[in-house]
Design a protein around this ligand. Structure first.
Ligand code: GLN
Length: 617
């Protein structure tokens, strides 16, 4: 239960205070028992799609649900009989007539819509069951599932309504006459009158409305009260017909699908967000609660909740754009590789998308990709900050990736994970065999970048061929001549060592006595994650001809990170102590080696600075 000082409760309390002095309108009397309602009662409640309820005023006072039961019965009819049968029985046209009007559509001879009595009586026949008792039970269960608790019948109201409901009887007989209903009118009315007489309170109604907002799942119990696919059907009809002959004005002014009942209740639904309910028994001439209408009008205006108030801002889908010049994969590169990537990577563009993908945002994203692709060799679209894609977005992205527009530009997607929010996009992009034909999809941006870099290096014939390097080919020994190399090997005696993939080579915190130079395979440098205990963050990937663990040569301290073999790994293990001793007898060679190491570190630092600059903008 939210505390009373949260902003929603405070807002509702103020609204309640303002409207409580309104005493216009009259309590319904045509059902004698309803005349007993206390006209002073007033409650407003809002339930969220994550199941929190904010309520002010007399939110626990019970009253009969009356016509607010209609959308729920309609929803249940869809669930039981499917769309075609339900639409065949009742139309979806507003009547512009009062709720209890005796009009049927001249042509199809069926009731105009399920929100007026005629349509609701026809829908009441659709509760499944062979006997009246079974159909009543089905109705009670259906409404209770929406409320999230067992709802009871108000016997007195039911009897009062049954005894005086001759107009509804007339409607039912008229429909029986034209075969619109098949059961005997009394059998149908026996369900309908009880349906209207189910006891709820304002809090229940907010939860019931929030169930519509939450794709048919009761947000408090987590139970599905109806299939999600029919929510749109129900809300559409509520939008155009829910407030009877005031519906047009309501749609114009308030713009929220809603339903009112003569007991003085109103519900309204903001799909995906909240359900709103009000209770105040005094009615206007349309049969809608005076304070309820005012409260909904105010809530809609104060928060800009009108259905046609645009609140999307599709351009926000473009979070950030980066170029490969500024950001590299975590693969540590040799001097020769870096030279090539420096020349080519300006034409690698990374577009970071964000938010939710629907028609507007997906179209904006595709538009941007196409524009950037005109001048790029590679476009990587990173979906890390995207929280979901709807049907329209899937359709557009499939359509887009199905054609290769610019043969000179390669498109890659990253961060579309099988167990993430874009799992649906992942399966839409994969062929039936699970292979991504149109666009390669990578788990993370780093993997995509690495892939692009490798492609570029391959084009420049610098691909990592499958051969084991010799010691002089190791980067930190470059520029040493044959004689210097001979002296070094002689006194330092590097040892060729093999590690299995996944083997930990260096542990964080250990004292560093050895460093390694890779002649085959690659190793991953990792640090423990700051965020999640037990997880590690991949810092860099070190490949052939490069060294790791060599900081110990300069620092002689505890290891700062852990290094794990990424593949089967062959390296020279070189003793720090032996190399230092060699340095004392051959200082000029040692300086050359140290200069190579410093050059390497300077380069790493420069690349890191570039990345920070790109990310900070
Ligand atoms: N039970 C009421 C009737 O049929 C329902 C009408 C209403 O709430 N608008 O008259």
């Amino acid at each position: 239960m939210p505390s009373r000082d949260d902003p929603v409760s405070r807002y509702l309390a103020r609204l309640h205070d303002e409207l409580i002095s309104v005493d216009a309108g009259d309590v319904a009397t045509y059902i004698p028992e309803l005349a007993r309602a206390d006209p002073r009662h007033f409650a407003i409640a809002i339930a969220t799609t994550d199941g929190r309820v904010f309520a002010v005023g007399d939110a626990g006072i019970p009253f009969t649900i009356q016509s607010v039961s209609k959308p729920f019965a309609y929803a249940h009819a869809f669930a039981c009989h499917g769309r075609a049968d339900v639409l065949d029985k009742v139309g979806v046209e507003p009547t512009g007539d009062p709720f209890n009007s005796i009009v049927l559509d001249d042509i199809a001879n069926h009731p105009y819509n399920p929100m007026v009595n005629a349509g609701a009586i026809a829908v009441a026949e659709l509760f499944p069951g062979d006997t009246l008792q079974q159909r009543i039970g089905a109705m009670q269960n259906a409404l209770s599932r929406f409320a999230g608790r067992e709802l009871d019948l108000d016997e007195a109201v039911f009897r009062s309504e049954s005894a005086t409901g001759h107009r509804n009887r007339a409607i039912a007989y008229l429909m029986r006459n034209s075969d619109m209903i098949k059961l005997e009118p009394e059998a149908v009315l026996g369900v309908y009158f009880r349906q209207c007489s189910m006891l709820v309170n304002c809090r229940d109604l907010a939860i019931m409305a929030a169930t519509f907002a939450n794709d048919g799942v009761n947000p408090v119990t987590g139970e599905a009260a109806m299939p999600a696919e029919f929510v749109q059907d129900v809300l559409s009809v509520m939008h155009s017909c829910g407030m009877y002959d005031y519906a047009g004005q309501w749609a114009y002014e308030v713009g929220i699908p809603a339903k009112s009942g003569v007991s003085g209740c109103v519900i309204a639904v903001i799909p995906g967000q909240i359900g709103i309910a009000t209770y105040s028994p005094r009615l206007d001439s349309y049969g809608n609660s005076v304070r309820g209408v005012m409260a909904c009008r105010r809530i809609s205006a104060d928060f800009g909740l009108h259905a046609f108030c645009s609140r999307t801002g599709v351009e926000s889908v473009l979070r950030h754009e980066l170029y490969g010049l500024h950001i590299r994969s975590k693969r540590v590169r040799t001097l020769a590789e870096r030279a090539i990537l420096d020349r080519s990577s300006g034409a690698i563009c990374i577009i970071e998308a964000q938010g939710r993908l629907f028609f507007g945002t997906a179209e904006r994203l595709v538009h941007r990709i196409r524009k950037v692709a005109a001048n790029a060799t590679h476009v990587i679209v990173d979906f890390r900050h995207v929280q979901g894609a709807d049907r329209a977005a899937l359709r557009l992205l499939q359509e887009f990736t199905g054609v290769s527009e610019n043969p000179n530009c390669r498109l890659l997607f990253s961060h579309i994970l099988a167990n993430g929010p874009l799992a649906n996009l992942r399966s839409a992009l994969a062929g039936s065999d699970g292979v991504f034909q149109a666009v390669p999809v990578f788990d993370g941006l780093d993997a995509a970048l690495k892939h692009v870099e490798e492609e570029i290096l391959r084009m420049h014939k610098l691909a990592a061929e499958d051969k084991t390097l010799t010691l002089p080919e190791i980067a930190i020994f470059q520029n040493l001549d044959a004689e210097e190399m001979r002296l070094l090997t002689l006194s330092v005696q590097p040892k060729l060592t093999t590690f299995e993939s996944g083997q930990i080579i260096i542990r964080k915190g250990e004292l560093g006595k050895t460093f390694f130079a890779i002649v085959r395979g690659s190793a991953s440098v990792e640090l423990p994650s700051i965020g999640t205990a037990g997880r590690t963050v991949h810092i860099a990937s070190v490949g052939k001809s490069l060294a790791f663990g060599h900081l110990a040569l300069v620092e002689g301290q505890a290891r700062g990170a852990q290094v794990v073999a990424e593949t089967e790994l062959v390296c020279y293990a070189i003793s720090i102590e032996a190399l230092r001793a060699f340095g004392r007898s051959h200082p000029s060679i040692y300086v050359k080696i140290l200069m190579n190491i410093i050059g390497d570190l300077a380069d790493t630092l420069r690349a890191t600075n570039e990345t920070i600059r790109a990310l900070e903008r």
